[in-house]
Each structure stands twice: as C-alpha cells, then as structure tokens.
Design a protein around this ligand. Sequence first.
Ligand SMILES: Cc1ncc(COP(=O)(O)O)c(C=O)c1O
Length: 420
Amino acid sequence: MSQNERIAHSKITRKFRSEGRQLLFTQGKGGEVSDANGMTYIDFVMGYGPVIIGHSDELFNEILSGYLGNGVMMPGYTTFHSEYLERLLGERTGDRGAFFKTASEAVTATLRLAAMRNGRLGVLRSGYIGWHDAQIANSLKWHEPLHSPLREKLRYTDAMRGIGDTEPAVNWVDLRLESLAEILDRYRDRLGCFVFDAYLASFTTPEVLRQAVAMCRDAGLLTVFDETKTGGRISPLGYDHDHAIGSDLVVIGKALANGAPLSLVVGAADLLADAERARLSGTFSKEMIAVYAALATRDILEKPIGDAPDGWAEIGRIGTQVAATLTAAAEDAGVAALVGARPVLGGGMFELVYHDDALLGDKTRREALLAALTGAGILLLEGHPSFVSVAHREIDPDELRGRARRAFEQWSATVEAGRD
Ligand SMILES: Cc1ncc(COP(=O)(O)O)c(C=O)c1O
C-alpha cells in the first residue's frame, strides 16, 4: 500500500492529481510547493487561504522560533493572546475576542451565542460557513456565480443532526433583499442567527449588505459576518470593518497566522461575555503556537513591502497582477472568449471566470482545465477563489504566463478534440 492510500480524503483534499495519481506534497518554499515525485508547482491554493506570507519564510520562522522558548500551552490564556487581540482590534476598544482553532468551531460558537440571546435555534446562511451540521446541511455550491446552473443544487442532505422544523437551516441564495424579506417572514421567530460569508460581498454591494444586516437585526436575529477567507487577507480585519457593515459578530480565520490554526470570534464585550455561560472553548483554544505565528505574521504584514504601505496592500497588488497574467495567457492561447481570471475584493484572492455559459455549467470541462494547469505546474482552485501570498512577488510573470498559456492550449486541444 502506498503512503497515500492510508489517508481518508475529503472532496477538497482530493483535488490535485497528476496523471490520475493523487499528489502527496513534501515541501513548500515561498510561493511554490513540491510533491513526492519531485515536481514543483506555483501554489495559489496556499492551504486554501491560510498561508499569507509564504511557505517556510525565513523571517517568519525566525520570529516564531524566538517565541517557542516560552512554551506552547499554559493553564489559561497568556499575555501573548492578550497582546495579539490588542494589536488586532486596536481602535475597536469595546470589542473582545474568543480564540478557536478552526472557523467551523468559531461559527458554531456564534450560533450558540445567538441561541442564548434570542432562544432560537435556526440559522440563515449565505455562503460556505463551515462543515459542522447546521453550517453545511442542505447547502449549495456557494462559490458558483449567481447565474451558474451548478449553484443551486442542494448538497449534504444526509446524516445531518439538529436540522428541522424548529431549527431550520435556510439559505439566502440570490442576495436579493426581497427574497431575504420573504425568508425572514416565512421563518419568523425560528431563525436565531444570520451568517454571511464575506467572499459573497464580491457578488453585491456594501449598501445591500448593510440593509440585509439591519433587516435581520430587526427580525431579532444575531448577525455574523464570516470573514474566514477575507479577514487578515484583504485587510487586517476584513470587509465588515472596512465598509462599516455593522454586524454584531465577526468571525476571522485562515490568514491570521500564515498557516497555523487560529480563528476568532470578535464582537462587543456584552455579547462575548456570554461565552463563559455558553462554554465556548476547548483544550486547544489556549494553545500558543498559533498565537506566536499570528504575532509573527502581523510583525511582517504591518511594515511596508516594496512600494506598498503594508503587506495587505502588497498582497492585493500581487493578486491583481496574477489575475491579469492569467487573462493574458488565455488570450495568448486563443481561449479568452471562454475563460479568464479576475481579482476578488481587492486582489488578496482571485478567481477563474467562465465567459461561456455552456462551459460554466460543465464541471467535466472545468475540471479538465484544473488538471491542465496542474500538469503545467500551477496549482489553483476552480469553483472557488484562489489565494496569493507575499512570496508570490518573487514569481516571474513571464514564467507564469508561459505555463498558463501551455495549460490553456493543452486544455483547448483536448476539449475541442473531446467535443467534436
Ligand atoms: C467563509 C468560511 N467560513 C468557515 C469556514 C470553515 O473554516 P474551517 O475550515 O477553518 O473550519 C470556511 C472554510 O473554507 C470559510 O471559507
């Protein structure tokens, strides 16, 4: 049995294959990763978003190692946790933060806090908000564009606990305020919490979101902006803070600690005070390696990088440039009418865009494109935003363009051959 076969995969960890075989990674350096066959890839997956400075960055490793002499777990929270929140929350003096490892945990915590406030167990969701039952049961392909035929198919309908008439898990699918009003009316007094994935802000406007939050609050729901993909990536705190959306709670995760597991629930002191009664913590909530990594990440991102005033601005520039390079490669290969790329929420993320509706609805051809990109030495996500890091500033745009062009040409030749 190969080492690979012992690992129980989920759909997302199975994505990357070469010649039909699952890739097993051995090392990351900067913006690249290597696999067990000795192949090196430009990595735009970045662990699905957490790696924000780069793999195995020397300065990051040095700062992190410096902290390790203090130990990794104390009986309770430490001055390091407290310093981190002080630096993160800054001028939001009334806010407190609760520490978690994964964002699924953090979002579950917000659902509990909501139920303690308003006695309602139902959840209104928009976007992928985690894999726990009430987060994922009966959900959609949330990262598909609003007009994609693949978007609305209900998924994960089996084996989910705690979903039903008295605790509905409801989707706000189309981001129209009229549909939101209908949902709030139909499920009146049963929905306790509204959770919005900030990535979906790229499908609408801040004004719509401000109104959505106000409508949910009027209907008695606790409102949560889920900045798992965006917080610490598009800016230090994310979209809700930058656009004054005004949600009651914000969940931040992924990019805080350059790959170490850290997620937070942030909000007003009186709301977070319920955390004690709600028993919102576990053994590893007070773990320190991730906090050291988060402090090291801020040390690096708070300073100017190149011409940019800070790391977040530089990451936005890099992602915007990567998207433009991929679009240029699609033009080089003669497939620009079918596919291109665009920056998402300022460029800390980017995504492939399908200009052709038949292709948009054709998962097989889309996955073939992902395979062609993998074959050309580029790992990115399809049907999901991809991620850049500071280390990608070292990647030669001509090299990226050449690889992407080869992938698009190979895909085009195969796809055309397959469709004749
Ligand atoms: C918006 C959002 N919320 C929650 C989660 C769940 O985070 P985790 O995988 O850390 O549990 C994700 C993960 O992709 C996410 O994108």
